[in-house]
Design a protein around this ligand. Sequence first.
Ligand code: PEP
Ligand code: MN
Length: 282
Amino acid sequence: MTGPRLVLREKRPQGSRVELAPGVVLGGRAFVVMAGPCAVESAAQIQEAAKAVAEAGCAVLRGGAFKPRTSPYAFQGLGAAGARLLGDAARRHGLLAISEVLDAADLPALEGIAVLQVGARNMHNSALLKTLSQLRRPVLLKRGLSATVEEWLLAAEYLLAGGNEQVILCERGIRTFEPATRNTLDLSAVAIAKQRTHLPVVVDPSHASGLRELIVPLSLAAAAVGADGLLVDVHPHPAEALCDGDQALPPEGLRDLMQRLPGVLAAVDRELWRAPLRRKAV
Ligand code: PEP
Ligand code: MN
C-alpha cells in the first residue's frame, strides 16, 4: 500500500490545472513554452535572453541560478545574485520565471520566482520534497536520471501528500546504453504519466538530447504525444554559453519552434500559449 495515491488520475479525472499567473495555466488547453538559458551568467545575458523569449511570445523565462553541476570545477551558477537578475529580467519583459531550488536554504533567494524547479539529481531528495510540499507555490519536478515512472510519481506524491497540489512533471531524458544523445527522451513516459496521473507534464528536449538540432523535432513530438508544454534551453549566443551551449537554441531557433508548434498542436486539439500582441506605440 505504498504506491502513488493522490497523483492518480482517478482522484481528478478532469486533470489538474496549475496556474502560474492569471491566464498562464499548465494542464489546460494551451501548450506553454518555458525558455531561457541553462544558467544565468550576467545581467546582460539574461536581459538579452528575456527579450528573445518575450518577443517569441513565450510566457516563462528559465534560468539556473543555483546549479547542480556534475563537476565541482564547472561554472556553479551565480546563486542568489543570479536569481535576482532572473527575476528582474523576467519582470522587465512581462515574463514569469522558473529556476532550480537545490536546497531549502535557497528558498529566500527564490522568493520572486514563479516556479520552483526540482532537478533530476534531486528527484530522490525526500527532505527537499517535504519542505516544498509545505509551500503553496508551483513546483516543476524533473524525472531522475535513472528513475522509473513509478519512482517519479512517488516523488510527486511527496509534494501532494504535504498539501502542495501545484505540481508539474517534467520528462528530461533518462540514462540508457545509447551515447548518440546526452540522454534518451522517454516519450512513452510522458504518455503514461498523462494517463496515470492528473498532473500536467512538460518535456525538456534540451537536457534530453544535448543536441540543438534535435530540439525542434523532439518538441514537436512532445506536443504530439500529449505534453502540456516545454522547458527549453535558449541562449542569446549559444557558442559563448558557460553551460550547456550545445543544447541551446539561439533566438531565431526559438522563433522557428514557436511557428512550427501550432500545426502539431492543432492535430491534437490544443493551442499554443502566446503572449497577447502588444500594441506598438505610435
Ligand atoms: C536544468 O534544467 O538546468 C538541469 C540541471 O536539468 P536536469 O536537472 O534535468 O539535469
Ligand atoms: Mn543544463
